[in-house]
Design a protein around this ligand. Sequence first.
Ligand SMILES: Cc1ncc(COP(=O)(O)O)c(C=O)c1O
Length: 340
Amino acid sequence: MRNRKLLNLCSNDYLGLASRGPVPGQPQASSRLVSGSDPAHTTLEKALARHAGTGAALLYPTGYMANLGAIQALVRKGDRIFSDELNHASIIDACALSGGRVSVYAHNDMDELRRMLKRCRGRAHVITEGVFSMDGDMAKLIEITELARGRASVILDDAHGDFVCGRSGRGTAELLGVRGKVDVYTSSLSKGLGSFGGYMAAGRDDVKLCINGSRAFIYTSALPAHIARDALRRISADAEPRRRKLAENARRLSEGLLDAGFRAGSDSHIIPVHVGGERAAVELGRQLAREGVFAQPVRYPSVPRGKARIRISATARLTKGHVEGALEAFGRAGRRLGLV
Ligand SMILES: Cc1ncc(COP(=O)(O)O)c(C=O)c1O
């Protein structure tokens, strides 16, 4: 930044894989329904279906478009949608596009979701993130899948848990032991995998519905094949040591920030440092940059008013020295601003 080197603490490249590509190549520059699929698309989709443990998968140009496309295609006009209040903008936009009747439940409030589902007649869907993008906490997937059983399908956007959480990187559902109970997955290839693109994975019939009904799949250009090949190589690589390193870094950052006196921490690699006021969050970001740490303030409308924060994300690329240096920088910046 302006000829200065900063330690990047706001990257979604959790496993530190992004610097290993991308591979140059020529994009297809048209929709797959117009000029067909490259073998790289179909091979990657098969790998993603195996990864998710579903019958099939479908690629989209981004994770944002995977939500738009899958939710719009799978939710019928008049269906009920129950959506967590902290769900990502792409889910909110997708729900609005779908024609479903949306009820928002308080964040992870299982009593409210239970009451909503009990009153509901007809087709229904519960939609939640796995690891929430701004707070780094996890959806109560065990309860959600239990409450939804026989009443609603469960759609899980695991953009931040996918490839990172769980014993084999299969995401939040694997970590919480509910892999077979999620009906539809949506995710991004640009976070844990460090590549680019998005996908949905589900049973074959739902994937067919998406191929034929997803406007975000039909009316846009295909993910470039060289990116699909790049993503495929990354899925096939053994990322276990990186996941371990990431978990170690995340734990230390959360603990260290709490010890320094910040209202901070989470059970994942996304760590909010709560400041409250918007101006204070911006100032903390500035002070951190002075200290050589790049960590962006997050403000309304990305988070509710009065809940501004610095959102940091641990990555596997951070060395012990980086982590301890960042904690010292936070301490100095926080003390200068009277936050700790
Ligand atoms: C929860 C969630 N879903 C979807 C997306 C969109 O992913 P992509 O960046 O691949 O469009 C994001 C991106 O930040 C996200 O946080």
